[in-house]
Design a protein around this ligand. Structure first.
Ligand SMILES: Cc1cc2nc3c(=O)[nH]c(=O)nc-3n(C[C@H](O)[C@H](O)[C@H](O)COP(=O)(O)OP(=O)(O)OC[C@H]3O[C@@H](n4cnc5c(N)ncnc54)[C@H](O)[C@@H]3O)c2cc1C
Length: 362
């Protein structure tokens, strides 16, 4: 007999995802402890159900057909702050079920630097390593020291060090090589106690407009500036703002070889091209989409593009996942035809039997 509230049946995915699309999930389990987690996993095993880790559904496209398995949304929300005076670094361990922005707010309040630019990103702590969340000059992999995971094959808790996780731009082994293998139980961060914020992103440095002699702003000032900039782009979740009914940026910024970037610049000299890892350049997905003819506020039935951010595909109200896919496919094909660059979708799929390539067509 499960604790009341631990397991629900036939839960609409539209209510569990920020895009607000998707049919029913057969089961939703929300374990708070390792014991509860093993109880629900035992049930899934006995009934031959597929399990899928869920956070706040802010990086998901869920199928209109729903999901025939068990969603496991961890609800462990403990935080431990280990103050080791003298080292300049503070270890913070946070449970997967904790609200991400709540953790950022707390670390900023405690004067700990390293997460401040990641303010306002929706979701839970357990999802932060999956795509190595990033914004405004920080990536979470800059501060993740280790990730505690449950190996779903062996039932063992495993410690995965930073080096083992294969973090890259919007990617990690959790998203690719280890997909489906691990449930993230908690994440360990190493933050700086000097309280110096990271100020390297254009929008943020412009916001503060500091002269060479000016003192650095406080962590909280940087957090508030990030939140303000994000609100201006509807990139903070707000149930009253349809422009934030999205999965955030729908496409990642493409990484292409340097030689290919040089070719593109000859035909499109205005194209922003940024050096990335050696031999590779990063293009702006937003620029490619706009210059392929899609503007902010584009409407396709009940789907569309945010009026504040061309990279955010939105549900304008009552959209199906198929409508979102149709718009994403149209954008991807048009960008490819115009620039020869294939945009990669950022969200994860839930309840589909086909990969992105097949769903988007062409
Ligand atoms: C308005 C808006 C703005 C956004 N801005 C940004 C941004 O600036 N930068 C950025 O990087 N992202 C951004 N995102 C995307 C999203 O917020 C992040 O990817 C976030 O980390 C997803 O967290 P979640 O809890 O909602 O995960 P979900 O969407 O529920 O899940 C995402 C993936 O993680 C897996 N997962 C979730 N929890 C676990 C777990 N405990 N163990 C194993 N796997 C797990 C899921 O299976 C799924 O594959 C934005 C989204 C929105 C809606």
């Amino acid at each position: 007999m499960f604790r009341a509230g631990l397991l629900q049946e036939m839960v609409p995915l539209a209510g569990l995802t920020t895009l607000e699309v998707g049919g029913p999930a057969r089961y939703l389990a929300e374990p708070e402890t390792l014991e509860e987690l093993s109880e629900v996993l035992a049930m899934a095993r006995d009934q031959g159900l597929t399990t899928y880790p869920l956070g706040d559904g802010s990086n998901l496209l869920a199928s209109d057909e729903g999901f025939e398995g068990m969603l496991v949304r961890l609800a462990n929300r403990q935080v431990e702050i280990e103050r080791k005076t003298g080292s300049g670094h503070i270890r913070v361990r946070a449970g997967a079920g904790l609200d991400w922005d709540g953790l950022v707010e707390r670390t900023v309040r405690e004067g700990l630097a390293g997460l401040e630019c990641l303010s306002g990103i929706p979701g839970r702590v357990g999802a932060c390593p999956i795509q190595n969340i990033g914004a405004y000059g920080q990536e979470v992999s800059d501060t993740i020291q280790a990730v505690m995971v449950l190996d779903l094959d062996t039932g063992q808790m495993v410690h995965r060090s930073h080096q083992e996780c294969g973090f890259r731009y919007r990617s990690s082994h959790f998203k690719h090589a280890w997909r489906g293998r691990y449930l993230v139980w908690s994440v360990e961060f190493l933050l700086r106690s000097d309280g110096r914020p990271t100020l390297r992103y254009g929008d943020l440095t412009r916001h503060f407009d500091l002269g060479p002699q000016d003192p650095l702003p406080s962590l909280d000032a940087v957090r508030q500036a990030v939140l303000e900039v994000r609100r201006g782009k509807s990139m903070v979740r707000d149930p009253h703002n349809p422009n934030s009914r999205s999965a955030g940026s729908f496409f990642t910024n493409p990484l292409i070889p340097e030689e290919r970037a040089a070719q593109l610049l000859t035909s499109s000299p205005d194209m922003p091209v940024h050096p990335a890892i050696p031999g590779w350049c990063k293009l702006s997905a937003a620029w490619l989409i706009e210059n392929a003819g899609f503007c902010k506020g584009t409407i396709r039935g009940r789907a569309g593009l945010s009026e504040d951010h061309v990279l955010a595909l939105i549900n304008r109200g009552g959209a199906s996942s198929q409508e979102i896919l149709d718009l994403a496919g149209e954008i991807r094909r048009t960008v490819q035809a115009r620039f020869g660059v294939l945009l990669e979708p950022e969200p994860n799929l839930l309840g589909f039997n086909q990969p992105w390539e097949d769903l988007l067509g062409g």
